[in-house]
Write a protein that binds this ligand. Structure first.
Ligand code: G4P
Length: 528
């Protein structure tokens, strides 16, 4: 019997993506404030002096002012059950962020209206587009000098290649930013700055565009410009299409200022109304699994150990895809084929956790203490179901990790093993070498710092990094006789952690050269 749909229909599972500093953290706080999940804004990541609460699990985050780990925030608002997944926002390309994006049904893309689309936004956008995830756009920092709003819309279309439908439109920008016009409600929302305003829901008055109060608030030029632009959008702008939004081909656009709480309510309400509840997910060899399928299934998209010093343990984050989760239920673990009883499941609101008795499609469960679970694994009542949702990326940075303190060998080994399981970095070894120093590989060098930091803070193990000369790994196709290969100097034969043979190249030139002297060998970007 299929599940009742109400619980599924009211779920919204999403993430916020942005370039660092565009305002993702601020907007997260404000969504929680407006969603009633926190009393005062500022408690999510508390800025600089205030930063204390929810997403500062690691000291390193605080030191660098970046968010490395992902937070799951679940709250109820106007009948919706919202799961907001925080994506790590550092400058490096991060696999962790990409994995989080596999677990969401929509994203809000925050763009600094003064800067337009920046590099990280573009990368993250591409991942979402490939997955066909609906994308909502919030142009932030409208209280500061910005680019022309029409130029910003154009950029979405020309740079990202996505249609843009402004749901609201700014009245003035920078110092003159007074409010937005809601194009469907045909009403003006005038914002008011109040002292210490960021902490509280901003006062808003709603009225007609022709209201003299609106004219009085704006200078003549800004008013005339907004009226003209709105007319242009009505005549020449794209039409709204829920289907195109759901397919990720049209982005509803909002303008505002997260810091001042301007436009946050409109964004939240419109987002919930226009975004989609959990949809079917495709399982390998089985096909589409509908969320209302009575059998429970889900996949693990993130593993995190020692998240909170109060609970020194390992959490596997699972996204529920179908069926209802009940505590103590028995499922099959796809990779080992073993039956597992899920009795230790938690709901997490950032650092705080409580036992989860039930969960529905779209929800995220934190499974504590299951050491067999790895990233990408499926847990399902039907043992045939296996999801293949987690993208993999070829590493571009390599470094040896030395243990300078042999007395701490056990801690070093144990910590490294845990971090490898979490997918923080990958490991390579040289089968033909007596040297057994682990060679780490990652997509960005910050991951190495994370490893060193966590080895030290969580396992008390020192480490020393030695840069390695390679910048690319390619895997050998199955059945290749590695002894018959001609390897240019500086190219090394290595094995990944599953023992699959790969070649490490110092640059693209040696790759091309290798191709020429080993005609017929088609190297793989990722292990088969
Ligand atoms: P991120 O998570 O995307 O990296 O950005 P974050 O929210 O941390 O915001 C980056 C900076 O931009 C912060 O300033 C924040 O206050 C500011 N900011 C966010 N939204 C707005 C906005 O609507 N208008 C303006 N003018 N600024 C905004 P900071 O100086 O780095 O930190 P803080 O000392 O202000 O906390």
């Amino acid at each position: 019997m299929p599940l009742p749909t109400e619980e599924i229909q009211r779920r919204r599972t999403f993430a916020i993506i942005s370039h660092p500093d565009a305002g993702k953290t601020t907007l997260t706080e404000k969504l929680l404030l407006y969603g009633g999940a926190v009393q005062l804004a500022g408690s999510v990541t508390a800025r600089k002096s205030q930063r204390a609460a929810t997403s500062d699990w690691m000291e390193l985050e605080k030191k660098r002012g970046i968010s490395i780990t992902s937070t799951v925030l679940q709250f109820e608002y106007h009948g919706y059950k919202i799961n907001l997944l925080d994506t790590p926002g550092h400058r490096d390309f991060s696999e962790d962020t990409y994995r989080v994006l596999t677990a969401v049904d929509a994203v809000i893309m925050v763009i600094d209206a003064g800067k337009g689309i920046e590099s990280q936004t573009r990368k993250l956008f591409e991942v979402c587009r490939k997955r066909g995830v609906p994308i909502f756009t919030f142009f932030n920092k409208m209280d500061r000098p910005t680019r022309e709003p029409l130029a910003l819309l154009d950029e979405l279309e020309s740079v990202l290649g996505i249609g843009a439908f402004p749901v609201n439109w700014p009245l003035g920008t920078g110092f003159e930013f007074r409010g937005v016009y809601d194009r469907q409600g045909k009403q003006v929302h005038l914002f008011e700055k109040i002292p210490g305003g960021g902490q509280y829901v901003a006062p808003v008055s709603v009225t007609e565009l022709s209201d003299p109060a609106v004219r009085a608030k704006l200078d003549e030029e800004s008013y005339a410009k907004a009226v003209e632009e709105l007319e242009m959008l009505d005549i020449a702008g794209v039409e709204y299409s829920p289907e195109l939004v759901h397919d990720g081909k049209l982005t509803p656009v909002f303008f505002g200022s997260a810091m001042n709480n301007f436009g946050v309510q409109l964004l939240l309400d419109n987002f919930l109304e226009r975004s989609v509840p959990p949809a079917a997910r495709v399982a390998v060899d089985v096909g589409a699994i509908e969320p209302q399928d009575e059998k429970f299934s889900g996949f693990i998209f993130k593993i995190q150990a020692n998240m909170d010093p109060r609970h020194r343990d390992r959490i596997a984050f699972l996204r529920v895809c179908s069926g209802r989760f009940d505590r103590d239920m028995q499922v099959t673990h796809s990779r080992t084929g073993k039956k597992v009883r899920l009795s230790n499941a938690h709901r997490l609101f950032a650092k705080d956790r409580e036992t989860m008795e039930e969960a529905w499609p779209g929800d995220i469960i934190g499974l504590v203490g299951y050491n067999d679970f790895g990233i990408g694994d499926t847990l399902a009542e039907d043992p045939r179901v296996r999801y293949d949702e987690i993208p993999r990326f070829p590493p571009e940075c390599f470094a040896f990790l030395h243990n300078p303190n042999t007395g701490k060998f056990k801690q070093f080994r144990q910590g490294l093993e845990q971090l490898l399981q979490e997918g923080v970095v990958q490991l390579f070894q040289f089968p033909d070498s007596v040297q057994k120093v682990p060679l780490l590989a990652a997509v960005g060098p910050l991951q190495f710092e994370v490893v060193q930091y966590r080895l030290q803070s969580e396992y008390g193990a020192d480490s020393r990094l030695e840069n390695a000369p390679w910048e690319c790994a390619k895997w050998l196709p199955a059945g290749t006789d590695s002894k018959a290969l001609r390897l240019p100097t500086d190219v090394r034969l290595a094995e990944d952690s599953s023992g699959r043979p790969a070649l490490l190249f110092p640059n693209t030139w040696t790759q091309r050269y290798f191709g020429e002297i080993n005609a017929g060998i088609a190297l793989l970007d990722l292990p088969a």
